[in-house]
Design a protein around this ligand. Structure first.
Ligand SMILES: [Zn+2]
Length: 124
């Protein structure tokens, strides 16, 4: 019985974290920022969840070109429909609002655009 109680004992990480871990709808994510990138080659829109804790960089010096930008993310993005690699740079202000972006091989689109595209694809 010793093993059993060890597996399900109070020391398990699940019991420790407690609370509700209800993931709310995209957009109201406290720990991450969502951006949407459209592939220039095939038009696929890739949704990216950027974690504030480790993916968003805090030292903008020499990288960001937009006034007010304090955080940034630099990432290689690849969709599922083709092998076009997009080089993504997104700049954020202190409130994690996108203030500037540069995408080689693609372009940044809004959540509305993304939703519209998803709808269009589902409806066709
Ligand atoms: Zn593509």
């Amino acid at each position: 019985m010793g093993l059993f109680s060890r597996l399900f004992g109070p020391a398990s990480p699940l019991a420790k974290s407690g609370g509700h871990h209800a993931t709310s709808a995209a957009g109201s994510d406290r720990n991450a920022v969502w951006v949407y990138v459209r592939c220039k080659k095939c038009g696929e829109v890739v949704a990216l969840r950027l974690r504030k804790s480790d993916e968003i960089q805090r030292d903008c010096d020499g990288v960001c070109t937009t006034p007010g930008a304090v955080f940034f993310v630099r990432k290689d993005v690849m969709g599922t429909k083709c092998f076009n690699r997009m080089d993504l740079l997104v700049e954020f202000d202190v409130n994690y609002r996108v203030v500037g972006h540069k995408v080689i091989g693609g372009e940044l689109v809004t959540r509305e655009d993304y939703a519209k595209l998803q709808g269009a694809q589902a409806g066709s």
